[in-house]
Design a protein around this ligand. Structure first.
Ligand SMILES: Nc1ncnc2c1ncn2[C@@H]1O[C@H](COP(=O)(O)OP(=O)(O)OP(=O)(O)O)[C@@H](O)[C@H]1O
Length: 238
């Protein structure tokens, strides 16, 4: 498929330690692809490799017909793939606007960056009001909004979110998932690593489960719900 983001037979790790063993997965624009699995199963490692933060030891990363394997982060951003790290990665001493401008660094065009920020921030009234406030003084939920908005400044085709619900109250987790759905509605492909399966599963168009650095399941949320064995082993019986 022309705009499909794929990893094929990905192997990677840290130092000499192989963490991800031959994982194949794909994601579509305008879809939410969720990756679930126990702690330490390699979920974050896979999305770091897709983002260009970790080299692929073997295997391929492609977007449609474009080869992405081996590209550094700033080139991945130019190809339309951005990642929001665990915790959002917002710089607390910088203002909301300064954080958003950092999202546009790879564009290398101040006017486009400013225009994009203005149109994005219009969707986030809380951030609009606090645009000159240091991000560290915002609530956890607002900081997550800064992180998501910052990921959108380059107008990406795919956004990878590493545990966006971590540390948020149940109400904010729900709001964050609604934001994720709104990304999909804009046509953005979302790849989301999540521990909060209860909130994330209902918004997922496709689901992967990783365990021990291997792919254990690929399918839809309905496939998972129908599989009692999977539910009890990997999903905590949710
Ligand atoms: N920077 C690093 N250096 C060395 N080992 C690492 C590094 N980051 C992660 N690991 C190891 O890689 C393995 C997989 O970690 P990863 O973060 O991908 O797991 P995960 O499935 O995302 O789980 P979690 O939800 O706990 O983050 C773990 O054993 C972890 O200790």
């Amino acid at each position: 498929m022309s705009n499909e983001l794929r990893v094929d037979n990905l192997v990677t790790g840290y130092g000499k330690q192989e963490i991800v063993h031959d994982i194949t997965a794909s994601a579509l624009p305008g879809h939410i692809t969720c990756i679930f699995g126990p702690n330490g199963s390699g979920k974050s490692t896979v999305i770091k490799a897709i983002a260009g933060l970790l080299p692929a030891w073997s295997g391929r990363i492609t977007l449609g017909d474009t080869e992405l394997t081996g590209l550094p982060v700033h080139n991945m951003v130019r190809k339309g793939i951005v990642m929001m790290p665990q915790g959002g990665g917002v710089f607390p001493r910088f203002t909301v606007m300064e954080n958003l401008r950092m999202g546009g660094y790879a564009l290398n065009n101040r006017d486009i960056t400013e225009d994009r920020i203005e149109s994005l921030i219009a969707d986030y009234p809380n951030l609009q009001r606090r645009r000159n406030t240091p991000a560290g003084s915002l609530s956890g939920g607002e900081q997550m909004m800064v992180a998501i908005a910052r990921a959108l400044v380059t107008d990406p085709a795919f956004v990878m979110l590493d545990e966006p619900s971590a540390g948020l109250s149940p109400a904010l987790v729900h709001e964050t998932m609604q934001r994720v759905v709104s990304l999909k509605e804009r046509g953005v492909g979302v790849i989301m690593v999540e521990q909060n399966i209860r909130e994330a599963l209902p918004v997922a168009d496709s689901v992967y489960i990783f365990a021990g650095g291997k792919r254990k399941f690929a399918g839809t949320q309905d496939d998972i719900r129908d599989d009692n064995h999977l539910m009890s082993i990997y999903m905590g019986g949710t």
